[in-house]
Design a protein around this ligand. Structure first.
Ligand code: F6R
Length: 243
């Protein structure tokens, strides 16, 4: 694992956007795996800025998002479909038909997850997967469990994730209880992985995930087994790693 330490959130965002840009420049028709949450917002801002300057072209890029709440439709401003349009897709020249987010309105989870997994396979897999890190070590919505979930599946959100995400909703009661997410196996098949982390509140989980044992109790720890992972994190998030 490559670790890139940055001064702060802004610097993290710039370095992460640089890595994504390099991918798009080196392979204009690449498949980008994308994430939502608060961490990648600054990264997407940089990509939009560089696109506006004429430095980036998304016209041949395909995207696949990690996850989506079950039960939220695309117009819901808390859906990940909405988030991606608001923060990236509406501001760059990616083609709408080349953007993919699991369809949270599909009630048949098994069918939707199988469709999504097949879609990723038919695209030839993900070239570069962007990830954020949950406080409990989750990646996507792969929560701590007894075993690593392999493919795209429907999950019950844990209390800690509902608690963490309630800030985006009127109350905790409104946070959906389920989501569709790429599995750990899906994520691990990405050719390259870029995980971004910021803030002192993530320092413990950064240490446990990347310097502790590999266990499904800390889902991100599996990334230690991937051959091409870059962790871009600020000083605060790296403040507890062994030096
Ligand atoms: C988002 C996702 C989640 C977040 C994680 C960190 O698509 O899959 O795993 O990356 O919850 O969220 P933030 O960045 O809000 O701390």
């Amino acid at each position: 694992m490559r670790i890139i330490e940055t001064k702060d959130y802004n610097d993290m965002s710039k370095k992460a956007a640089n890595i994504l840009s390099a991918q798009v420049i080196m392979k204009p028709d690449c498949v980008l795996g994308l994430a939502t949450g608060s961490t990648p917002i600054g990264t997407y801002e940089k990509l939009v800025e560089w696109y506006e300057k004429g430095d980036l072209d998304f016209s041949q890029v395909t995207s696949v998002n990690l996850d989506e709440y079950k039960g939220l439709d695309r117009k819901n401003d808390q859906s990940y479909y909405y988030f991606m349009h608001e923060h990236l897709f509406n501001h760059v020249n990616i083609k709408e038909e080349n953007t993919n987010v699991p369809d949270g309105t599909q009630p048949d989870g098994e069918k939707e997850c199988a469709r999504y997994e097949e879609l990723i396979r038919s695209l030839g897999g993900v070239d570069l997967q962007l990830l954020g890190l949950g406080h409990n070590g989750h990646i996507g919505f792969n929560e701590p469990a007894d075993a690593f979930d392999k493919t795209t599946h429907c999950v019950d959100l844990t209390e800690s994730t509902i608690e963490a995400n309630k800030r985006f909703f009127a109350s905790a009661d409104e946070v959906p209880r389920q989501a569709y997410t790429m599995g750990i196996g899906t994520i691990m098949q990405a050719k390259k992985i870029l995980i971004i982390v910021s803030g002192e509140d993530k320092a413990d989980i950064v240490r446990d995930a990347f310097f502790g044992s590999v266990t499904p109790r800390v889902p991100a720890s599996i990334l230690q087994m991937h051959s091409d992972v870059t962790l871009v994190a600020d000083e605060a998030a790296l403040s507890k790693i062994p030096r």
